[in-house]
Ligand binder design. Sequence first.
Ligand code: HEM
Length: 126
Amino acid sequence: MPSVVKINVLTVSPQMREELERRFSGRAGMVESADGFEWFELLRPQEGTDRYLVYTRWRSEEDFRRWTESQAFQRGHAQAAAEAGAQGHGQGHDGQGHGHGQGPVAGASEIWSFEVVQSAGPKPGS
Ligand code: HEM
């Protein structure tokens, strides 16, 4: 079964970029223990877009779905929501501890889904 890639595409205003990166630098680090988790990267836009990409790769669609319904996901996002609450941005969140969607760090978010068709890493010893 090919791995699946799930990318959370975050539209972040210039004045919130530093805050987003600060939040991720303090992230919970719970996704690393999720079943079927393979890789995570936060990609800062350099050219061609102003959107941040939260890149995650999973053994299967099912593993990703289970993570998004897990405590680890809730807790992995609770910090952002708690901080949003502390900064008086608390209104309108889904109460699930998610500072998502209309959340303060991101003006908008959408998920892109891919299947890994081909992949390559550096040649061993090269
Ligand atoms: C709906 C909009 C979303 C927003 C605004 C958002 C925002 C954030 C923020 C600010 C953090 C930093 C952690 C913190 O502040 O405590 C975070 C963590 C994270 N987000 Fe999201 N997120 C969203 C949905 C998603 C989705 C759908 C994915 C998967 C594709 C994802 C993947 C991650 C990962 C892997 C972490 C690190 C969790 C950990 O360390 O355990 N997020 N998110």
